[in-house]
Design a protein around this ligand. Structure first.
Ligand code: ATP
Ligand code: MG
Length: 597
């Protein structure tokens, strides 16, 4: 697992502001109401100490206390009710923000092209979509609540303290201010460590995912130890950073608590002499002390809050980076929607192409050819000659250079991507089956229509194989179709292509794992489809010429260039790659038939 160029650009401008604008703003009323209730809670909380102060002074002057006791009790109960209300009003939007963020992220992932996935790390993406999103929920829910709460508590207590004695307030708060200033230093460091820690979590996921997928290779080549070691290295790194993060937090908290303690000492020392000199009453000093006690818990949660904010900010940055990965759609949001329902005319003119990650190495060069509507076109060439690449360009999995491929007269890059893809059925060389039933794998885009599924299976010569399976079409094929043989998997993918009534059927080497006879039947079937009125244009690539023999025309690729084209009968008469390969392959096929009979 080496590092390849990461397609996700680093850094997002002011992620928290963006979150507030794009996701949290729509819940502003809920937040506002929650904020109001928090204010009420805090207001009552800071008023209680003043009532206690009055009560003490009243006690000293021998007055009746019932009124104060009743008032304080009512205040206490109200605080509980109003606080619960504020929590609901602030936490719920946090969950909604998380939901929308996850939804948008997944939708964006589905829009990104193969060029993105070729170079990005899956583990990293999974980690951003799961761990990081969870951190953001903590930030907007819990974090949001605490920020408002602490700010209100601090402002209100300080204000109440100031009304009692400005001098005492200044003296009492000085140690706390100093302590907070020191803690601020740790915050920047916390952000970078949080970011690093989240990245490492992504690397760990990547390693686990990759190992799970390649388990057969790991075990088959007895590479378990090497993989465990590589995993250990990442795991240890993650532990180290986690410990550093915890260290910063655990230094910050006692520092804040200590400064609170010093404040209390200052208050009692200085306040005592002020009472003696008659500057304030005993009740006022008691109220002041109680106020400081109210002030200390929010102060303590500040260390924790800081870490939530920094972690959330780092997570947000990673989420927005992924959401900003560009979707390369040259046609913009709305492209040309060409008329569907018939095989398209495809004109390729001077097509040159290199993969985006290796722009210096041309894979296709100067290809010019016209594919007639409803024709069956074969694509032949040695391995690496560019067959799959040409087919990928037609399916627009990669964007061809503008002007080089035209479909029914429209430039392919100006066509609306979704409606173009809806017109085609492309079966790739390495098909992917989901861990689902065969039926669901064939009818990928919606509810399965059993009649159509059966027809597709018959056409793909898969009927016999399905019959022997325990639950037929409802058989679950396991992760990546692991329960099927290579040839069965190929034909299941072919059935998926045939299930959809497409205008352009692209079959990239899908018959390599079937025997000669099945191959001939399959080619016949597909050619029959094309020969119907308004039948699809069909493109079949193969190394095996027997599979292409029946095509209307065959394109011969060599090193990314189109070196010859024509029907089989013509090509075997001309000297060249096609004729050479034909001679070798037809002899081998004859020998194979002999053995089989
Ligand atoms: P095969 O018969 O083995 O399937 P092919 O004719 O389909 O071969 P392509 O898959 O089109 O050949 O590959 C053509 C060239 O492009 C090869 O040299 C290959 O290394 C390169 N190539 C293929 N896919 C990519 C990719 N995603 N990124 C970069 N280069 C690629
Ligand atoms: Mg190929």
């Amino acid at each position: 697992m080496q590092d390849s160029g990461d397609p996700i650009a680093r850094g997002t401008k002011r992620p928290i502001v963006r979150l507030l604008r794009e996701y949290a703003w729509r819940y502003r009323w809920s937040y506002l109401a929650g904020g109001f209730f928090l204010w009420v809670t805090n207001y009552i909380t800071v008023s209680i100490p003043l009532q206690i102060g009055h009560a003490i002074d009243a006690l000293r002057s021998g007055q009746d206390l019932t009124r104060f006791v009743g008032l304080i009790a009512v205040m206490g109960v109200s605080v509980i009710i109003v606080r619960s209300l504020s929590r609901v009003l602030i936490f719920n939007p946090g969950r909604h923000v998380e939901y929308h963020l996850r939804k948008d992220l997944f939708a964006h992932l589905l829009r990104l092209q193969p060029s993105f996935y070729a170079t990005s790390k899956r583990g990293d993406i999974v980690s951003r979509a799961s761990n990081d999103v969870t951190w953001v929920r903590t930030l907007v829910g819990f974090g949001g609540l605490q920020i408002v709460n602490v700010t209100l508590a601090v402002v209100l207590t300080v204000w109440k303290m100031l009304t009692l004695s400005p001098r005492l307030t200044a003296l009492a708060l000085l140690p706390i201010l100093l302590g907070s200033a020191v803690v601020q230093f740790g915050i920047r460091r916390l952000f970078h460590l949080a970011r690093r820690s989240q990245e490492q979590l992504g690397e760990i996921s990547e390693h686990v995912l990759g190992s799970l997928q390649g388990m057969a290779a790991i075990q088959g080549f007895v590479a378990e130890e090497a993989f465990v070691e590589r995993f250990e290295a990442r795991n240890r790194d993650w532990l180290r950073i986690g410990i550093k993060l915890a260290l910063i937090r655990s230094i910050a908290l006692p520092l804040l608590v200590l400064s609170g303690g010093i404040s209390m000492a200052v208050l009692i020392g200085m306040g005592g002499s002020m009472v003696l000199s008659g500057a304030i009453t005993v009740g006022e000093l008691a109220a002041f002390t109680a106020l400081l006690t109210v002030f200390l818990p929010p102060l303590r949660s500040m260390g924790w809050m800081m870490s939530v904010i920094q972690r959330g900010r780092a997570a947000l940055e990673r989420i927005f980076e992924l959401m900003d990965a560009p979707v390369e759609r040259p046609e913009g949001e709305r492209g040309v929607v060409a008329e569907a329902g018939h095989g398209p005319l495809i004109e390729i003119d001077g097509l040159n192409f290199a993969y985006p990650d290796e722009p210096g190495r041309p894979v296709l060069e100067e290809i010019s050819v016209t594919l007639e509507p409803g024709s069956v076109v074969g694509l032949f060439g040695r391995t690496g000659s560019g067959k799959s690449t040409l087919l990928r360009l037609l399916a627009r999995l990669y964007n061809p250079p503008p002007g080089s491929i035209r479909v029914d007269g429209h430039d392919l890059t100006t066509l609306d991507l979704a409606s173009w893809r809806r017109r085609l059925a492309a079966v790739p060389q390495r098909p992917f089956l989901f861990s689902d039933t065969i039926e669901a794998n064939i009818a990928l885009e919606g509810d399965a229509d059993e009649e159509r599924v059966r027809r597709a299976i018959r056409l793909a010569a898969l009927e016999g194989d399905i019959e022997v399976l325990p639950t037929g079409l409802k058989t679950v094929v396991g992760e990546r179709g692991i329960m099927l043989s290579g040839g069965q998997r190929q034909r299941a993918a072919l059935a998926r292509g045939l299930y959809r009534n497409s205008d352009l059927l692209i079959l990239d080497d899908v018959l390599s794992a079937v025997d000669h006879h099945t191959e001939s039947t399959l080619v016949e079937t597909v050619a029959d489809l094309a020969r119907h009125r308004d039948g699809p244009t069909v493109l079949i690539s193969s190394h095996r010429l027997s599979a292409l023999r029946k095509c209307d025309t065959i394109l011969v690729l060599e090193g990314g260039r189109l070196v010859d084209s024509g029907p089989h009968a013509e090509l075997v008469r001309r000297p060249g790659l096609y004729r050479d390969v034909w001679r070798v392959q037809s002899q081998a096929a004859a020998a194979e038939d002999e053995v089989a009979s």
